[in-house]
Design a protein around this ligand. Structure first.
Ligand code: BTN
Length: 248
């Protein structure tokens, strides 16, 4: 497909753009209306959280979705994307996927997918999903050799990015609509079932670190941390520069 002439089609309630290459699908999505989605084969400037670079080589699923938001939901939306990825991966037979706060999808200690949430316009959120499928991220960044995992490493048969897009967008739409209708309790418990708790963690905040037991998230998507005396504190994703799982 010619990158200079992006084309859209209708896909299960989404206006869907497919590109060969783009700087970042989230930035492309910034100007699109609700229920638009964009997938690119490669990203030349894929973005991770905290302005980190996201390696986006061919063979991975680089997808952004524009969804309507309700005021209170902003921090919970990225968790719905993680839940959608887990649901689709499990349908394909990847039984051991789990979440790592705030919204990484993991298999054991390796990262399968990451989610980047952007809020460019009031009332709309862009949810970017980067899912390693059959790409080779360690070729570009050797440190990913022991940190990343791909669907190709854990599924018995190969799956194409194109075949993942429709179920993933379908799942995401159902979850976001359910959240926007106020069905928060069920979704909160579904997300909280995916953390692989109890887990000892260390949080790197701005200049200080905090250790404790990860206790899931609340309705605002805040991390709940309890200390050994059972005292709880909560943290926003922007406050926590890094969460280290300490395996105690
Ligand atoms: C992270 O774990 O740091 C988030 C990674 C998010 C990567 C995806 S790929 C599709 C979308 N476009 C981007 O530039 N980033 C997100």
């Amino acid at each position: 497909m010619n990158a200079l002439e992006p084309r859209s089609s209708q896909l299960d309630g989404w206006t869907f753009w497919e590109l060969d290459s783009v700087a970042s699908t989230n930035l492309f999505a910034a100007r699109l209306p609700a229920w638009s989605a964009v997938r690119a084969d490669t990203q030349s400037a894929g973005r991770g959280r905290f302005d980190r670079k996201w390696v986006s080589d061919r063979g991975g699923l680089w997808l952004s979705a524009v969804v309507p938001t309700r005021a209170a939901s902003l921090r919970f939306l990225p968790l719905l994307a993680g839940l959608a990825v887990c649901d689709v991966a499990r349908q394909l037979g990847a039984d051991h996927v789990r979440l790592r706060w705030p919204n990484d999808v993991m298999v054991l200690d390796r990262k399968l997918a990451g989610v980047l949430f952007d809020h460019f316009k009031p009332g709309l959120a862009v949810i970017g999903i980067g899912l390693n499928v059959s790409n080779h991220p360690a070729i570009e960044d050797a440190s990913l050799k022991n940190q990343a995992v791909r669907l190709a490493d854990i599924l018995p048969s190969p799956v194409a990015c194109e075949a993942l897009t429709t179920p993933l967008l379908g799942r995401l739409r159902a979850l976001v609509e359910s959240w926007n209708l106020g069905e928060t309790g069920l979704l909160l418990s579904r997300v909280n079932a995916l953390w692989d708790r109890p887990r000892r963690v260390e949080l790197e905040l701005n200049g200080v670190s905090r250790a404790g037991w990860f206790a899931g998230v609340d309705e605002d998507g805040k991390l709940l941390l309890s200390d050994d005396l059972g005292v709880s504190a909560s943290y926003n994703p922007e406050q926590v520069l890094q969460l280290i799982e300490t395996h105690e």
